[in-house]
Design a binder for this molecule. Structure first.
Ligand code: MEV
Length: 313
């Protein structure tokens, strides 16, 4: 449509490597079908308007636009009215801000720009939201599928598509206490002040992630139990860093009791996204039913739970 520029960014499920990716360790994750669609409508005032956005986010995004726009090519800077439709839960660890960055740069730069150009610009944009992104969230938002990343911050990570095997998840989002920016910055402060325990955890998380990438690259579904074991071990390390909550721990415990081979938080933590992995869809469906029954009325706040199976093409 004339006078309308459109961009789309996907949500993501990080499987392994959150936080350690910021320090250059490998990570892997999946693109989700949830997405954020952003439209920029020309307006007579020729300025930025954000009618869909609440006051707090509006201030943040106005600053974002002021910082970002001058970095775009001169002929791609025209402001307008931004309209957003999204089914990615916001601020939960499913990559809503990365999807915002991807959708925005896609709308501004136009559909003829190649994937790497969009990823590069979205990666620079994401730095506005959380300072030192590894690039894996924007990567999963731009690319489509199961990917391993070799982060090289502040540059873009290398990305490799993985064969994988059918993965049956129960995915959840619990109330969140911190932001990605705060959690990444807090951990950096600990590491820079010489906290050897925190650095040890980062190294072990990186190693677990590398092992998980090996399992997924092999593509043998008989190894799903091993993947679950690695998820449990990675969750324990993230919990050691204070990144889990007792509520997420409890939901993961219940999931394992309901037949999950393992599970962990996903993304920056502090509550937010988590996943449980199952050998087959039937066990995952049954666990979905039992966890849905348990969580209602336990008083720890709303949890979103959904079933998701990823199957290689
Ligand atoms: C957030 O989804 C993942 C983190 O590792 C940050 C990043 O990689 O940029 C916590």
């Amino acid at each position: 449509m004339a006078g309308e520029r459109v961009g789309l960014g996907h949500g993501k499920l990080l499987l392994f490597g959150e936080h350690s990716a910021v320090y250059g360790y490998p990570a892997c994750g999946l693109t989700l079908s949830t997405s954020l669609r952003l439209r920029i409508l020309d307006n007579p005032q020729n300025d930025w308007q954000l009618p869909d956005i609440d006051d707090r986010d509006c201030r943040l995004l106005t600053d974002f636009l002021a910082v970002m726009t001058p970095n775009l090519p001169v002929d791609c800077r025209r402001p307008g009215e931004i309209r957003v439709d999204s089914d990615i839960p916001q601020g939960m660890g499913f990559g809503s801000s990365a999807a915002w960055c991807v959708a925005f740069v896609r709308a501004m730069l136009g559909s003829e720009v190649a994937v790497d150009g969009i990823w590069e610009a979205a990666h620079r944009a994401e730095a506005f939201f959380h300072g030192t992104p590894s690039g894996i969230d924007t990567g999963l938002s731009v690319l489509d599928g199961l990917y391993a990343f070799a982060p090289a911050p502040p540059a873009l990570p290398g990305a490799r598509r993985l064969d994988g095997f059918p993965l049956h998840f129960l995915i959840g989002a619990a109330p969140r206490a911190g932001s990605t920016h705060g959690l990444v910055a807090g951990l950096r402060e600990r590491i820079e002040s010489g906290d050897g325990d925190a650095w040890g955890v980062i190294e072990r998380l990186g190693k677990l992630s590398a092992e998980a990438i090996g399992v997924l690259a092999e593509g043998d579904s008989a190894n799903v139990t091993e993947l679950g074991r690695l998820a449990d071990a990675a969750h324990q390390e993230l919990a050691n860093l204070g990144l889990s909550t007792s509520y997420v721990d409890q939901l993961l415990r219940l999931g394992r009791e309901s037949g999950a081979v393992g599970g962990k938080l996903s993304g920056a933590g502090g509550g937010g996204a988590f996943y449980l992995l199952f050998k087959d869809p039937e066990t995952a469906d049954a666990a979905h039913r039992s966890l849905s029954a348990v969580r209602t009325g336990n008083g720890s706040g709303e949890v979103t739970l959904f079933r998701f199976s990823w199957v290689p093409e």
